[in-house]
Design a protein. Structure first.
Length: 257
């Protein structure tokens, strides 16, 4: 699949995260595009699109806002991820800025979206920008507050989406007996369901055993799907289902003792 990560970055933080996401999606043909330099890229050649922008003075950069509205009809069916970078101090502020960043037509239908933190890079700021940061944020030196966990969660959700989308069989995995002889070996099968922390542990155990696993759930459409109490599924291919089930059963047994 061909994927484009379209971004705009003022001092380089959003660009850095865009490239990190591209590296994590190396199994796919992934192109990173700076829309400040390429205002009208050929969106038709890509299967999926991811948009990212920095937040400046409380707003998404105007170039990204213009880009979204100018190309809205092309973006709507293809955008699978939205992210912003900024230095807002509270969770409520971060969520509100994420919600306001992109047009509702994109935000409401996109399954994966996140506020990934940011940086103050004094060496790249103008004198005026440094003055503003010192007086408003009370910071006088370069500082990084990139949320590495949020970046990993964002990437994991993208990988899960792409894994499911790559399958030719559109039949729901939950409607198929995972132990039957029918179906393809690559068919996704739910092997465990629980809270995010539990699914994260199960996913790590499976990957340690050489079994590729993904997290998937309708809650991935929320701003913060990893909050306590949000049910998530661990998905593996049918080929690995039996081996994965054995590991899951041992995990459950260990947690009961």
């Amino acid at each position: 699949m061909k994927i484009a990560i379209l971004y705009i970055s003022k001092h380089g933080t959003t660009e850095k995260i865009a490239k990190q996401i591209a590296d994590a999606l190396e199994k796919h043909e992934c192109e990173v595009i700076d829309i400040k330099k390429h205002k009208h890229p050929d969106l038709g050649k890509f299967d999926y699109l991811i948009l990212g922008s920095s937040i400046y003075a409380g707003k998404i950069q105007q170039s990204m806002n213009n880009f979204c509205h100018q190309h809205l009809s092309q973006l709507q069916p293809k955008v699978i991820g939205l992210f912003v970078c900024g230095m807002q101090p509270t969770e409520e502020q971060r969520e509100q800025e994420l919600i306001r960043a992109f047009p509702p037509e994109l935000f409401e239908r996109t399954t994966t979206k996140s506020f990934l933190g940011g940086e103050f890079l004094f060496e790249k700021m103008s004198i005026w920008e440094r003055w503003i940061v010192r007086h408003i944020s009370k910071v006088s030196n370069s500082i990084s507050m990139i949320n590495d966990n949020a970046v990993k969660q964002f990437i994991a959700k993208l990988q899960s989406h792409l894994f499911i989308a790559s399958l030719d069989d559109t039949t729901s995995a939950l409607d198929i007996d995972p132990l039957s002889e029918t179906g393809e070996d690559d068919l996704p099968i739910e092997v465990f369901s629980g809270e995010m922390w539990e699914c994260g542990m199960v996913k790590s155990l499976l990957e340690d055993a050489g079994i590729e696993a993904f997290l998937n759930n309708e809650n991935f459409g929320n701003v913060a799907p990893w909050i306590a109490g949000a049910a998530v599924n661990v998905v593996v291919t049918k080929h690995h289902f039996q081996a994965a089930s054995d590991i899951v059963q041992q995990f459950i047994k260990n947690n009961e003792t």
